[in-house]
Design a protein around this ligand. Structure first.
Ligand code: ADP
Ligand code: MG
Length: 674
């Protein structure tokens, strides 16, 4: 099939469906099927099910109330059915002329005039016309292209494309999977003996084959990209740990077992001559910053520079303060590089990086990307990695060789997601919190009880504690009607006389934000009203109450992150989720997850279940191909199988690897060059 020869308008319509070559038509699988292989007597059709019936039109009327519509009555030997068309063409009226025989496919519902089908598929038939032999596929389609048109193109592609298997027969036998050609033929035109439920739930072996293929392609491309990066050289950082030991000795706490374990992983990676690509996962408050500081010590001890990137200036500055307080006593100069610095200071910082006089530079991603070169960069640490995409993972490079990379994320990645979208990274997990934390109590409170919440804030402040009040948006949006941070700030200032209430939002200049944050850290501000700019990383141990407005509008991972801003000290902490009712079922289900769970992994798993992987952990921006067929939760076994199979295929069968990638991810070779 010559795809390029199709009319340009047709090609552009197909492109909207992600179809850019003939083979994409083969992989354009039905959303569902209609069973037009069996006629049902009208009397046997169940309410709420889609069925095919046949009968003779008894009456046909145009009704004008409540709006203009065509109402026909169709009867067979067993019973009668109303057919209703709200918008209709003259030829449809002709099909439904009294005395005509029609086949109707649609869902039976209870209507005003009796059991009815609204806008069924209507086909004029003579007596005993043949029924279809296969289930009728319903394809995803787009404006200007009807089912018949796309089905025809797909039929042609199925006849003309090579459908031979990309995978060795032995592998298919191992995993109990059918041949590719059989699978796609079946899915495009299943015979009626196949239980529709297996097709609908996508559990039929043919579906499993397609999902396996898709997951395998993803695994192969990620592994190849990773292998290509591994080929690169990185500095060998074989520190004896002298500097790190000094730092650890100066801390007021002992490292947790989990922190020590991940530090061993990191030290091992740094000693190899290839770039580390390690993701450090740890729930909010698990103590990732000190791990980063110790990793930095290894590099600095060996004479290399370290860059620490944070997604916001607030967080970057906070890291700068913390790392300075830990490292300056050891004689290590920490440099802060922010867009908001005065020109002179900025120039000095950039010079420090370029000349190698700054062993550790902390800043935002934006600034590093713009203008900074390092003399001798050995390690890049990226905090809150989920805020960045894969493409950005690699943006920072040292001259000559690639630096080691440590990515940190507090958004836990469920196992299957990690195996799938993050298969090109090594993962270390901090799975325990430092001792002595008091668990955070979470309360769901209606916005109608705002006054009580404000009274509770006053009480907390009296005890000497500090409070966050988080609002989702800064400006009044007509669509969302969210209360603004500015309003909340005005209201709280008014009602909490004698209490210093600060305001922090995304529209403020970086130095204004930094000033407010500094006041809050110093406890000169007791109540901080903020938009979600504080979502990541902020660490103020004295803050023990957080109120989140319009919690129902926020993502689960985001709520969990926000909530992690309190409960960092020894004081009992409370997180109040204010919601504006009435809540829909999904909103209720989501808030219940946050209310009932404190474990970030459980929350992430639920988030994955409710929203799919796209929204989670930056997957959408990750540059990794999204999955169309496989479902990371339902098909966890296939994710495992594909991972194992990818390993075997890459090691033993390069031709199959290439054929498979070419079929599933044409053009992905580009990824290999990243
Ligand atoms: P996150 O993993 O969310 O980035 P942080 O690194 O900000 O967490 O750590 C949270 C708090 O816990 C900080 O105040 C940090 O100094 C403290 N902390 C880190 N490790 C330990 C430990 N092993 N014992 C006690 N406190 C610790
Ligand atoms: Mg952090």
């Amino acid at each position: 099939m010559d795809f390029a020869a199709l009319a340009p308008t047709l090609q552009s319509r197909l492109a909207k469906l992600g179809i850019n070559r003939a083979f994409d038509l083969v992989l354009h699988l039905p959303l569902r099927y209609e069973d037009e292989t069996q006629l049902l007597p009208i009397a046997d059709a169940l309410m709420g099910t889609s069925v095919l019936v046949e009968g003779e039109v008894q009456t046909l009327d145009v009704m004008f109330r409540p709006k203009k519509q065509l109402v026909a009555r169709v009867a067979d030997a067993s019973g009668m059915l109303v057919v209703r068309l709200i918008n209709y063409y003259p030829n449809q009226a002709a099909q439904l002329a009294v005395g005509k025989r029609v086949r109707l496919y649609g869902e039976i519902r209870r209507g005003f005039w009796g059991d009815e089908m609204v806008h069924p598929k209507i086909k004029s038939v003579g007596d005993g016309a043949a029924l279809s032999e296969a289930l009728t596929p319903v394809y995803p389609t787009t404006a200007g292209m009807n089912q018949a048109a796309i089905a025809k193109l797909i039929g042609k592609a199925l006849r003309e494309c090579r459908l031979s298997d990309t995978l060795p027969a032995a592998m298919l036998a191992d995993y109990g999977l059918p041949a590719f050609a059989d699978s796609v033929q079946l899915l495009h035109a299943p015979t009626p003996d196949i239980p529709n439920v297996l097709l609908q739930h996508r559990t039929h072996p043919a579906w499993r084959r397609l999902k396996f293929d898709e997951l395998l392609a993803q695994q192969l491309s990620l592994r190849m990209a990773r292998a290509a990066r591994r080929e690169k050289n990185a500095p060998v950082i074989a520190a004896d740990g002298r500097l790190a030991a000094q730092l650890v000795a100066s801390l007021p706490f002992a490292l947790t077992r989990a922190q020590n374990r991940v530090l061993l992983d990191i030290a091992r990676d740094l000693k190899t001559p290839h770039p580390m690509q390690r993701l450090l996962q740890g729930d909010v408050g698990s103590g990732k910053t000190i791990v980063a500081a110790i990793a930095a010590c290894h590099a600095i001890e060996c004479g290399y520079q370290v860059a620490l990137l944070a997604p916001t200036e607030i967080l970057a500055e906070q890291h700068y303060r913390k790392l300075s307080s830990w490292l300056a006593p050891l004689g290590i100069k920490v440099v802060w590089l922010a867009g908001s610095l005065k020109a002179k200071d900025k120039r000095a910082a950039i010079e420090d990086a370029a000349l190698g006089t700054a062993p550790l530079v902390v800043g935002t991603h934006a600034i590093f990307q713009q203008q900074v070169e390092f003399k001798n960069l050995g390690l890049v640490i990226v905090d809150e990695q989920h805020r960045f995409g894969v493409a950005q993972r690699l943006a920072l490079r040292a001259k000559g060789s690639s630096p080691h990379q440590l990515m940190m994320s507090a958004t836990p990645i469920p196992r299957t997601l990690a195996m799938s979208f993050y298969a090109d990274l090594d993962v270390s997990v901090i799975d325990e919190l430092p001792p002595g934390r008091t668990p955070i109590v979470t309360k769901l409170i209606s916005d109608a009880r705002r006054d009580e919440v404000i009274a509770r804030i006053a009480a907390k402040v009296m005890e000497g504690r500090q409070v966050y009040w988080v609002c989702p948006l800064i400006e009044e949006s007509e669509a969302l009607q969210l209360q603004t941070a500015v309003d909340a700030h005005a209201q709280l200032s008014e009602e909490l006389q004698g209490v210093a209430v600060g305001l922090l939002h995304g529209r403020m200049k970086p130095d204004e934000k930094a000033a407010v944050m500094a006041e809050f850290i110093a406890n000169r501000i007791q109540v901080l009203v903020a938009t979600t700019v504080i979502e990541v990383g902020v660490d103020v141990a004295n803050a023990s109450l957080m109120v989140i407005e319009h919690a129902e509008r926020m993502g689960l991972a985001q709520l969990h992150q926000l909530r992690g801003r309190v409960g960092r000290g020894a004081h009992a902490s409370l997180c109040v989720l204010l919601y504006s009712g009435p809540l829909g079922d999904t909103a209720k289900a989501r808030l219940r997850v946050i209310f009932e769970n404190t474990d970030g992994f459980v929350i992430a798993q639920e988030d994955l279940r409710i929203r799919g992987p796209g929204e989670l952990a930056g997957v959408r921006q990750s540059g990794v191909p999204m999955l169309r067929f496989a479902d990371l939760e339902a098909d966890a076994d296939l994710v495992e199988a594909a991972r194992e199979a990818a390993e075997g295929l890459l090691a033993n069968d390069l031709p199959a690897t290439i054929a498979h990638l070419d079929r599933w991810l044409p053009g992905r070779e580009a990824l290999l060059r990243v």
